[in-house]
Design a protein. Structure first.
Length: 503
């Protein structure tokens, strides 16, 4: 449940989180929807999770007020982020921790790698961390001769399978039990304790095999790397929500703890956690309370790690904050509720998004953190039907459809954006000329009611000549959709006839 997923051998660039060789979303999704096993796995998992979530949320009569409160806390923090980050640094330092600031992925990787090498160790255990996957930390550590072992069960499956996560909460959602059994049998021995040769596909057997495999790593590890769901500016406390207990082992047993956390994860006061302790578990795992909530504040003699380092990660977040519409994506608490209700994600899966952040939230977050220069990022704002289901379930009320439309305008029209703290003007992405001309024509038509009325009447008179497929750029749209029938009269004419007015 933590904002922290990680990766084994994912093949990412290590700086942007874009996976090498990934096509733009339409091509990747077209390939994914042909995989019947993948679609069955996704359909079964997402329907189960979202149905349970709906029941858990319905138990709270004040859910709407909790949602509004979470939104308000996040918006307030983002407006005053500079002040709260300084307060957080002071509190962490006073508690015995050390704070490092990383402007981008490369700097964060250099900091973490240097800290691990300074201990003399050559392996680390990891709590599930999307921030470290975003920056490609595992690959950076591997290049320095350091082995990073994932300890979350789903992340372990992904790492052993030389795969990539496809879901924020359930990274191995695209795998079924038989596939997991085969991965464990084939790969566990190369990473540590091997799986039993007679291992079956019963979930209890698979969990026990993972538990035995990981136990020796927990007991041996001297260094751990984590993320955090929240950071409390008031006290310098970091918080991780998780469901398996592996996080608790990583956060308490090693001698050195290094936490890599996005700057947007700060909240002002300890009391603010009251809101998210209720909304995050219900929205993510459909639990009234998550099984493990681990909090740590600096270091304490004789209790937990003796050295604590906090790496505060920007990596495009300040630029995103400068966008008045797009900044609401930084409210995200990584619950994954939007993925589980999204009809596009359910059919295409997470790999099609070419990012550590899949689904609706990824479609608005990745193009802001990474920019829209690549084909993948320029296509992500279009990976949606704009049905609004994601907004309805978001526990911090991120209006994802609004941001999607905003980013589509950026891709098609270009315009001013902030990059590395500098205001620049970007050019429209390639391949959107027809869209720009269509929007200009629509604006011209809508600005002239007489022309609009004439066009509507012309269409109704030519309705019997309606083609089955559109020509030119519209052909792609009608490859998978039927053109709607043209009504016998326009709404304007119907209204004038029924209401007796020419207006």
């Amino acid at each position: 449940m933590t904002d922290t997923g990680s990766t084994g051998s994912t093949g990412s660039t290590g700086t942007t989180g874009t996976h090498l060789g990934m096509p733009a979303f339409p091509a990747a999704a077209r390939e994914a929807v042909r995989d019947e096993v993948l679609r069955a796995n996704l359909r079964r998992a997402t329907h189960t999770i979202r149905d349970k979530r709906a029941r858990a949320v319905a138990e709270l009569a004040d859910w709407d007020r909790l949602r509004a409160a979470g939104k308000a806390v996040k918006d307030h923090t983002l407006r005053h982020l500079d002040r709260y980050l300084v307060q957080l640094e002071e509190a962490v330092t006073a508690a015995g921790g050390t704070v490092h600031w990383a402007v981008d992925a490369d700097e964060a990787n250099r900091i973490v790698t240097g800290l691990v090498l300074a201990t003399g160790e050559r392996e680390v255990v990891k709590v599930k961390s999307m921030a470290t996957q975003e920056i490609g930390l595992n690959e950076a550590l591997e290049a320095a001769g350091i082995a990073a072992y994932e300890t979350d069960l789903a992340e372990l499956i992904v790492q052993l399978g030389h795969d990539r996560p496809s879901h924020i909460l359930v990274p191995a959602i695209h795998r079924n039990r038989g596939e997991i059994r085969d991965i464990f049998r084939a790969e566990m021995g190369g990473w540590g304790r091997p799986a039993p040769q007679e291992l079956g596909d019963d979930p209890r057997e698979l969990a026990e095999a993972a538990r035995l495999h990981l136990r020796e790593k927990f007991l041996r590890a001297k260094v751990a790397v984590s993320g955090a769901n929240f950071m409390v500016a008031e006290t310098g406390t970091l918080v991780v929500f998780e469901s398996e207990g592996n996080g608790r082992m990583c956060l308490t047993l090693p001698e050195t703890l290094i936490s890599v956390v996005g700057i947007e994860k700060v909240v002002p006061t300890f009391r603010d956690l009251e809101i998210f302790l209720q909304t995050l578990p219900r929205s993510s795992t459909a639990e009234r309370m998550n099984p493990y909530t681990t909090m740590w504040t600096g270091t304490t003699d004789g209790d937990g790690p003796t050295a604590f380092h906090l790496v505060l990660l920007d990596n495009g977040r300040t630029d995103t904050l400068a966008d008045e519409v797009g900044r609401q994506a930084l409210r995200c608490i990584r619950c994954s509720a939007c993925l589980n209700v999204c009809p596009v994600y359910e059919r295409a899966g997470g790999h099609a998004y070419g990012s550590v952040y899949p689904g609706p939230i990824g479609a608005i977050l990745s193009p802001q953190l990474r920019g829209t220069a690549s084909g993948i990022d320029a296509s992500l704002p279009y990976a949606s039907t704009l049905c609004g289901a994601c907004y309805e379930v978001c526990p911090v009320a991120i209006d994802i459809p609004e941001v999607l439309v905003h980013l589509r305008e950026r891709v098609a029209q270009g315009g001013p954006v902030t990059r590395e703290g500098v205001r620049v003007r970007i050019r429209p992405a390639r391949g959107h000329a027809a869209e720009r001309y269509a929007m200009r024509a629509a604006r011209l038509l809508l600005d002239h009611p007489g022309a609009l009325r004439a066009g509507e009447r012309l269409l109704t008179r030519a309705r019997r000549f309606r083609p089955r497929r559109l020509p030119g750029p519209g052909r792609a749209w009608t490859d998978s959709r039927e053109l709607p029938d043209i009504p016998a009269e326009s709404f304007r004419d119907w209204w004038a006839r029924e209401r007796g007015t020419g207006r």
